[in-house]
Design a protein around this ligand. Structure first.
Ligand code: THF
Length: 301
């Protein structure tokens, strides 16, 4: 299972197109990649060839689901993976050489400062829960998805999308994982529960740092939605557009490729909340996660 991921990484090392990118870091890139994870046995695709901080990744998913877009609420959960973007904007605007720690402390302690400098603009959460249409009406795409899964599960329109063309220029970063489409199989089998699958379309993927996080949090989302609509987990299908390895992650990637994968752990949801908004990090129990050591790498901003 994890070999799909490692294969993409080794393909990038061997045959990736070397190119300059927006961040100035440079990448080895390929266009069009796919991974499929069968989650029907309860597997949780936390990769094992390096330690994946799956709790951080799932907390980020829970944050998306709340509809919030300010890093203050992430920092309260001790999640720092989004700080770099507001921090860069703050440094650029003020010329102040503030450290990450001091910046994070101010965002946490000073609500006015957080409102001014901690907001990422209308990113994922806003679009998922409050997509604003031309009449000023807000659309809860997640609520609509759950409703459709419950009332019309053969629909081919069960998806939510974050690429809101009219608001992209206000986002700190345009969405990388853009479309989440759902599919239900086994409806006419007569016995057993239907199987819910989810296909994610990701336009841009940092294969070393981003993909392990994204895959985990997407598996967590599939598990939550399946539980809410009383279905079994099916497949997580991930499709990547520009899938790339940053040039300052090459040694880390080689080290990871030299390691032998272990079996995936299982994901158990300890509780069934009344609604999709009701999940907390303590509801996620990952059983039997074994992995090689963490491999640190800098994030390109
Ligand atoms: N930009 C880039 N260049 N890469 C990304 O993965 C990425 N994201 C989000 C937005 N822009 C991106 C941010 N997500 C880490 C993980 C996810 C991120 C950003 C950073 C990271 O540094 N992970 C480390 C440490 C984790 C920790 O200590 O908590 C790791 O080892 O996994 C992709 O969605």
């Amino acid at each position: 299972p994890e070999y799909q991921y490692l294969d993409i990484m080794s393909h990038l090392l061997e045959k990736g197109d070397r190119r300059m990118d927006r961040t100035g870091e440079g990448t080895l890139s390929t266009f069009g990649a796919m991974m499929r994870f069968d989650l029907s046995d309860g597997s949780f695709p936390a990769f094992t060839t390096k330690k994946v901080f799956w709790k951080t990744a799932v907390k980020e998913m829970l944050w998306f689901l709340t509809g919030q877009t300010n890093i203050q609420s992430l920092l309260k959960e001790n999640v720092k993976i989004w700080t770099d973007w507001p921090l860069a904007a703050y440094r650029k605007a003020t010329g102040e050489e503030i450290s990450q720690d001091v910046f994070e402390k101010r965002v946490l302690e000073d609500d006015a400062f957080a409102a001014k400098w901690g907001d990422l603009g209308p990113v994922y959460g806003k679009q998922w829960r409050r997509w604003l249409d031309r009449n000023g009406v807000e659309h809860d795409q997640i609520g609509a998805l759950i409703h459709s899964l419950k009332t019309n599960p053969t629909s081919r329109r069960m998806l939510f999308h974050a690429w809101n063309v009219g608001e992209i220029d206000q986002m700190a970063l345009p969405p990388c994982h853009m479309t989440y489409q759902f599919h239900v199989a086994g409806l006419q089998r007569g016995s057993g529960r239907p199987q819910l699958s989810m296909l994610v379309n990701q336009r841009s993927c940092d294969i070393f740092l981003g993909a392990p996080f994204n895959i985990c949090q997407q598996a967590a989302l599939l598990a939550m939605v399946a539980q809410q609509v009383q279905m079994d987990r099916g497949e997580l299908i991930w499709v990547g557009g520009d899938t790339h390895l940053y040039l300052n992650h090459l040694d880390q990637a080689k080290e990871q490729l030299a390691r032998k994968p272990m079996a995936f752990p299982k994901l158990v949801l300890r509780r069934e909340p009344d609604e999709i908004d009701g999940y907390r990090i303590d509801d996620f129990e990952v059983v039997g996660y074994q992995s090689h050591d963490r491999i640190d790498a800098p994030v390109a901003v």
